[in-house]
Design a protein around this ligand. Structure first.
Ligand code: C5P
Length: 393
């Protein structure tokens, strides 16, 4: 059984650490809790002990522990260390290499993978000191999950919320490459493409990348090695995922082909169907009195169809999306045949899904159409990832 050391530091979000510990145990991990002095003000050792089913640590100066070099044991005896929530203070101490309590001493003494899930006020997260500390830690191989954007306790809105416990567990599994997709390579496309008109103008679309990024995170959360080829989006990279940023459809196709072989490909990107036939080398000037320029369009390559027809490099399972406003299932079935892919996730975009948090999809396979209830895009992603794991088993 995999073992996690969960370090809880001082933040209002500490209550979510309990939910994470519960989920992690349910997911087959053994969890040991460690509370910093600040953490112990938000969560009691009793609650953490009850939920982890094991003794909670906290005191560097415990005689009983030190007889057995307790901090060294804690640092070595776990497969991963998860710091959640991680306060700005604890992140600063980690970056500086301080070791003035049990948590910081363990973090300095460990050689195990460390995952940090920050939670703090958005101004503290944005502070140059915190930015520099996070970069320092990333440079040393520390993994980060979140923070997320949203409502803070203050109340205030911004980037600083602790990631939700299921996403944190995905990040742990991604870091440990642990789960039913361990050893598999998944290729995911996400976001829009931008097709250049000239050096400053482009044709784009409103895709946010939320669904594709959530799919990449969910696949990594089942242990897959994931390559995410993403058009321009304003989302953070999913933890544990290799992200390749592209702009145009042709760049996206080249990046996908370079990423092969893969066991599964999920094409969730909203690829532009057309691009300007030629890209002007210099900014097109507006000339007074002259008619607006005409932009001739050329057809873009179809990435989903190309991957589906990639011969011996074809991923075993190729999955596409179909955004439809009417006859959703009939169109999806036709698209599955036309593109040569295995599954289509059809979504009714009449229901307004672009940029939204939820999605209503129907999974269309050779066995038929299976409507899924409307749910969060992260849950669509997890359900799809579970189905992929089943199919590749
Ligand atoms: O043909 P349509 O755009 O409706 O097909 C949607 C599906 O095809 C999506 O999975 C999308 O990612 C993929 N696609 C693609 N390359 C294109 C156009 C669409 O991969 N040029």
């Amino acid at each position: 059984m995999r073992r996690i050391l969960l370090i809880v530091s001082g933040s209002v979000a500490a209550y979510k650490a309990l939910e994470f510990a519960r989920l992690a145990r349910k997911g087959g991990f053994a969890v040991t809790g460690l509370l910093t002095a600040g953490g112990a003000r938000f969560v009691t050792p009793h609650a953490l002990a009850a939920i982890t089913g094991s003794r909670v640590h906290g005191d560097l100066w415990s005689l009983e522990e030190e007889v057995q070099a307790g901090h060294i044991r804690l640092a070595r005896d776990h497969d991963a260390i998860v710091v959640a929530p991680a306060s700005a203070d604890l992140i600063a101490k980690m970056a500086a290499g301080l070791a003035d309590d049990l948590a910081t001493t363990v973090l300095l003494a460990t050689t195990r993978p460390v995952l940090v899930a920050p939670a703090m006020n958005p101004t503290m997260w944005a502070h140059p000191a915190t930015r520099a500390n996070v970069e320092t830690l990333r440079g040393r191989g520390v993994a980060f999950a979140g923070p997320e954007e949203g409502e803070m306790a203050e109340p205030e809105h911004g980037l600083g919320r602790l990631v939700e416990p299921p996403a944190l567990l995905e990040a742990v599994r991604a870091m440990l490459a642990d789960g039913p997709l361990a050893g598999r390579h998944a290729l995911v496309t996400s976001g829009p493409t931008f097709e250049a008109i000239d050096p400053v103008r482009f044709i784009g679309n409103r895709s946010s990348g939320r669904q594709g990024h959530a799919i990449a995170a969910a696949l990594a959360g089942l242990g897959a090695r994931v390559t995410l080829v993403s058009g321009p989006v304003s989302l953070p990279d999913p933890p544990g995922v290799r992200v390749i940023r592209v702009e145009s459809a042709r760049e996206m196709l080249a990046a996908c082909e370079a990423a092969l072989p893969a066991d599964v490909a999920v094409c969730a990107a909203a690829v532009a169907d057309w691009r300007p036939e030629t890209e002007a080398g210099a900014k097109i000037k507006k000339v007074a009195g002259a008619p607006p320029p005409a932009i001739a369009l050329a057809e873009n390559p179809d990435i989903l169809a190309t991957l589906s027809a990639a011969g011996d490099r074809r991923p075993r399972l190729v999955i596409g999306f179909a955004a439809e406003t009417e006859d959703v299932i009939a169109h999806a079935e036709a698209k599955r045949a036309r593109k040569g892919c295995d599954w289509i996730l059809a979504n009714d975009v009449g229901a307004g899904v672009f940029g939204a948090a939820e999605n209503a999809v129907t999974l269309v396979t050779e066995a038929g159409a299976e409507p899924w209830p409307r749910m969060a895009k992260e849950d669509v992603a997890r359900r799809l990832a579970a189905r992929i794991a089943e199919a590749l088993r």
